[in-house]
Ligand binder design. Sequence first.
Ligand code: ZN
Length: 84
Amino acid sequence: MLRKLFGKKLKDKAHKKIIDKKTGEELLLCPRCRIHMEKLKKKNIILDVCDRCGGMWADFGEIEKLHDIHKREVEKYEKAQRRK
Ligand SMILES: [Zn+2]
């Protein structure tokens, strides 16, 4: 739904990439600040985070992965609580 509504706009504005000369990685430009975003890697998820405005960019499917990890963590926590 969101993708449908904003897909074009986001593609035009946010999907400008530059290549990090040191690592060879593709870095996204923050659509707001127009500076490159840092890669935040956790487990198998990569988020692009803007240092200036705190904006975050998640690739398609990354939010679902994040949600799954969160769900597992909550289940683990609840199980541990029940054992007490
Ligand atoms: Zn920004």
